[in-house]
Design a protein around this ligand. Sequence first.
Ligand code: MG
Length: 402
Amino acid sequence: MKRIAILGSTGSIGRSTLSVAESYPERFQIVTLAAGSNLDAAFSQASRWRPRVISMAAEADADALRARLKAVELRGIEVVHGSGGAVQVATHPEVDFVVSAIVGVAGLEATYEAVRAGKILGLANKECLVAAGELITAEARRQGKPLLPIDSEHNAIHQCLRGGQINEVERIWLTASGGPFLNTPQSEFDAITVEQALNHPTWKMGRRITIDSATLMNKGFEVIEACRLFQMPPAKVEVMVHPQSTIHSMVEFVDGSILAQFSVTDMRLPILYALTYPERIQSDMRFSVSDLRHLDFSPPDLKKFPCLRLAYEAVECGGAKTVALNAADEVAVAAFLEGKIGFGEIPVIIEEVLAAIGSGKLESIASVLEADAESRRYAQLRVDNRKKTISKIAGSRATSFA
Ligand code: MG
């Protein structure tokens, strides 16, 4: 019986993990949960799974949940809150396996503490590896525990790497759908609206990750994740645009053999793989091989998508640079969604922040969070300055027309 903690239980990965646990009640037990701010979802998960501990993001929500559990006479569930609560969920002595799926830097501390407590980690949170990957992977090595990726591309790479030794790897091919603007000329990028950018052709996702897919920053983050998870230099991780997204990723070995992984696009599969590793167990998720028809591949256009280039530059330096990359991107994407900057300005802001932030090595989660806050402040300043310059230009145009 594997005893599981889920950080981010009410989000999409959290719910998929619970659905996998539901399908194999003889194998998996849910011991602790960290929910966000969705009180109804947290209450129904607590009632269904009866965890030892459940954490809410805010104290007021924890109080409300406690009252609701008491009202239906559900006892024996400890309700906690905040980052301390998430750490308690992640390090609970009865837990063997922690699924890390809290979005953003909010999940960093609990994830790091889980590794320090010797838990096996299933990683779905990007920020953990982009912002604190050096710390987390070093600690996992020290503990001798595997880090099992739940992101579909890294999960595919993890599977392919089992076909050889790590020193036999020539390169990793990370596949990318290319996003909605793959065939849009760069000259039209300034006119891209928020609605167009949010309209991803194949995936329905959160707003930030949808924009990150459109700028290819999401793939840039995945390059960084791959470097850190698999101890690969950036030069050995290459992105290949593959619009059908059938091949989830590939590994090329020194003898010229290339292993690729494909399967249904259902997040329950990488979750099941991580939860049962190193075993594989029966599932009903089937991919029909006769559906394999056209598979297109082309290299990404780094001129058109500078975010991908910036990610390579940041991981080459490491330390605070990848923290700044993530923080600046979050601020720039929010500014684009609020109509404060244009689509083509997202990489401009990020590049300015990267140039301003040093590449210091980060020794603790606290210093990661500090670098994160500093980068955010600086990015916000750049956004505000830019807005002022733009409105000044617009203003002078208006007067000259009048
Ligand atoms: Mg992915």
